[in-house]
Design a protein around this ligand. Structure first.
Ligand code: ZN
Length: 385
């Protein structure tokens, strides 16, 4: 299948080092991006479907780097169905599990914890609500896990370790060796940072993160309790770890992280997650809201803030998506300034503090959303021919 998206106003790449691309046309062949450039490209392909963007902006599909799924599109934490499908309407095309702690009656022994990770990993490979790519099955570290357990898990396809601190292993002394084993089998490791979020989890300091050496500092802006500016300074100065900013965290510290990393020209270290379903609820537009918050309150160009929820995260997790470049999976969002905004296009609207209007979402080149049911309406129309 050959699809051409034409008449694009702006193309946001997702690559923070070159966030805007020249051109007005994107060609998709069999679910992957084949070319980016101008109209002349059209003569080179036998186009089967044309999507006239009408001057709208195209960005990469967004990645939510912090989700707590269970199984299916249902959250027992908030007694809510359909939230994953709803997130696709907010421009999210990939979700990464930070652990499945909300499973009712979650087993806390080694065999149970492994079984849950394998089940969620395999089940979400088969279950894609509205095409959404959910990387589930993030192992929760429990006392007693041995190196051979990580080998077993890797063989079954598990490649994520959920936030350290969710399970019984919550000190660097206990977690350190497990993190090394996990990484030696190619796994990516998240670590809960900051205050205690739910009963049973624990407070994690910068010192503990440095000793444990995870892949990602999860919710560096805290859960309900903030990480202090001094702790953030330590993480920025003494590590080169990605710092995750979540919607369901502390807004003031989120802005502090952005300010400090901007001064150091290290905005490539920020990735964006929702941290939902959680006590703060379910926020289908949470990733967009966080992009808007970061861009509008810190004078960061919208295309840079978008890269924090696309290319930055794809690089950290080694995913071949969420960048507009040849060979990448064609996960794309068409958006525009919403009706009534002072912004002239989606990027100006974001910088002005408005949620843009999502007019189309493609996953693997397949149209999944035609006019978002959640965002305000886009000003310019997208026509599919
Ligand atoms: Zn957490």
């Amino acid at each position: 299948m050959v699809i051409a998206i034409t008449n694009i106003g702006k193309i946001v790449s997702g690559n923070i080092n070159k966030p805007l691309l020249d051109g007005d046309t994107i060609i998709i062949v069999d679910g992957k991006i084949a070319s980016v450039g101008n109209k002349k490209l059209l003569s080179r392909y036998k186009v089967e479907q044309t999507v006239d963007a009408g001057g709208s902006t195209v960005i990469p599909g967004l990645i939510d780097s912090h989700v707590h799924p269970v199984l299916g599109d249902y959250s027992p934490r908030q007694k809510t169905v359909d939230y994953m499908d709803s997130s696709v309407h907010g421009g999210v095309t990939t979700m990464i599990s930070a652990g499945e702690p909300h499973v009712p009656g979650r087993p806390k022994d080694v065999a149970g914890s492994k079984a849950l990770a394998i089940l969620a990993c395999k089940a979400y490979k088969n279950f894609r609500p509205n095409g959404l790519k959910i990387h589930g099955g993030a192992l929760i570290l429990e006392k007693g896990l041995k190196e051979e357990d990580f080998a077993d898990l890797a063989k079954e396809g598990v490649w994520l370790v959920g936030e350290i601190g969710l399970g019984s292993v919550n000190t660097p002394e206990e977690a350190g060796p497990m993190v090394k084993w996990a990484k030696s089998y190619g796994m990516k490791v998240a670590m809960h940072t900051g205050g205690t979020s739910i009963p049973g989890s624990s407070t994690v300091t910068a010192e503990m993160v440095m000793k444990t050496e995870p892949t990602v500092v999860s919710h560096a802006n805290g859960g309900p309790t903030a990480v202090s500016p001094e702790e953030i300074d330590k993480l920025i100065k003494n590590t080169n770890l990605p710092l995750e900013i979540v919607q369901c965290g502390n807004i003031k510290i989120a802005n502090y992280i952005v300010k400090k990393l901007n001064e150091k020209h290290q905005l490539d270290r920020i990735i964006i997650g929702n941290d939902s379903p959680s006590g703060s609820g379910i926020i289908p537009l949470g990733i967009l809201r966080t992009i808007v918050q970061i861009a509008s309150l810190n004078a960061i160009p919208a295309e840079i803030a978008i890269a924090m929820a696309s290319g930055n995260t794809a690089k950290v997790y080694g995913l071949n998506t969420s960048m507009i470049d040849v060979g990448k999976e064609a996960d794309l969002v068409i958006m525009d300034t919403p009706m009534g905004s002072i912004g002239q296009n989606a990027l100006e609207a974001i910088e002005a503090g408005d949620i843009p209007g999502v007019s189309a979402v493609f996953i693997d080149g397949k149209l999944r959303v035609n006019k978002s049911r959640n965002t305000p309406p886009a000003t310019r129309q997208v026509e599919i021919k």
